[in-house]
Design a protein. Structure first.
Length: 259
C-alpha cells in the first residue's frame, strides 16, 4: 500500500469531523476519507455489540477503498470495537479515549477536580473504568454522561445559543464550577462546544479534548511504517455519511469549515 493512500476516519455521526479538521491542519498532505454514521447516531446509547457491528461494517468499506490506516474518531466506538478491529485487520487502527491523563498532568502533582463529559456508553465501558482507576486515587474525577449534546450537533442546532446553554446547564448546573480545574471533552461531537464551555466555566478551568493527541499518534504510527504522504502531495478531505440527505451533507461541510 502506497504512502499516498487515504486515511479512513469514522464516527457515529458528525462529531469526528472535528478530528478530520485536526488532521487537515497537522497533516496537510494526507488524503482523508470521512464516514459519519448519522443514520445510526447516537452510538453512545447503543449496546457494545451494536456498536461493534456498525464499526466493522464501516471499516470493511474503508479496506475496500484501500485506506492505509483507520482513525476511530469516536470514543464510544473505540471502547466497544477497537481491540476487535485490530485483531481482524492488519492496517493501523487508531482509537481515542478521553484525555484524562492530560487533565491530571496539568496539576504537576496537585490534586485536580475534573469533569469528564462523554456518552453513556463510553463512561460505562471497562476501558474507561480502567483509565479512571489509574488516576482516581490522586484526583477527583466526575464522569458526566451528556447524550443530548450529540443530538444538538446532529440536528444542526449548534448556533442556537439558548438551546446549547440550557443543555449545558442541565448537565453541569449541579457542580460548583468555580472548584473545577478542567473539563475533558470525551466525545468528538463535544469539541464543537468549546466556546460554549468557555462561557460556562471559570477562566482558570481548562477545556481538554483528545483530537490533537490522536492525530499526533497517527503521525507517529504512519511515520514509523514509512507511510506518511510525501511533502509535495496534495491533501484532500472527502465526506460521506450513512444519512444521504442534503441537510446532513450541508451540515457536514459547515462543520468542516467552522471557524
Amino acid at each position: 500500500m502506497s504512502s499516498t493512500a487515504p486515511i479512513g476516519v469514522f464516527d457515529s455521526g458528525l462529531g469526528g469531523i472535528s478530528v478530520v479538521r485536526q488532521i487537515a491542519q497537522d497533516m496537510p498532505n494526507e488524503k482523508v476519507l470521512y464516514f459519519g454514521d448519522s443514520a445510526n447516531a447516537p452510538y453512545g446509547i447503543k449496546t457494545p455489540e451494536q456498536v461493534r457491528e456498525l464499526s466493522f461494517a464501516i471499516v470493511e468499506q474503508f479496506v475496500k477503498q484501500g485506506v492505509k490506516a483507520v482513525v476511530i474518531a469516536c470514543n464510544t466506538a473505540t471502547s466497544a470495537a477497537a481491540d476487535a478491529l485490530r485483531e481482524t485487520h492488519d492496517i493501523p487502527i487508531i482509537g481515542m479515549e478521553p484525555a484524562l491523563k492530560v487533565a491530571c498532568d496539568r496539576g504537576h502533582g496537585q490534586r485536580q477536580r475534573i469533569i469528564v463529559a462523554a456518552t453513556p456508553l463510553t463512561l460505562r465501558e471497562r476501558k474507561f473504568a480502567k483509565l479512571m482507576d489509574r488516576f482516581k486515587a490522586d484526583h477527583t474525577i466526575f464522569p458526566e454522561p451528556c447524550p443530548g449534546l450529540v443530538e444538538i450537533v446532529e440536528q444542526g442546532l449548534l448556533d442556537e445559543h439558548d438551546t446549547v446553554m440550557n443543555a449545558l446547564h442541565g448537565y453541569f448546573g449541579a457542580y460548583n464550577l468555580q472548584t473545577i480545574d478542567a473539563v475533558v471533552l470525551g466525545c468528538t461531537h463535544f469539541v464543537f462546544y468549546r466556546d460554549y464551555f468557555r462561557e460556562l466555566l471559570p477562566d482558570g478551568a481548562a477545556i481538554i479534548d483528545g483530537n490533537e493527541g490522536t492525530v499526533r499518534h497517527l503521525h507517529v504510527v504512519l511515520e514509523s511504517l514509512g507511510k506518511l504522504a510525501p511533502e509535495d502531495a496534495q491533501g484532500s478531505v472527502e465526506l460521506a455519511n450513512s444519512d444521504g440527505s442534503e441537510r446532513i451533507a450541508e451540515l457536514a461541510s459547515t462543520l468542516l469549515h467552522r471557524s
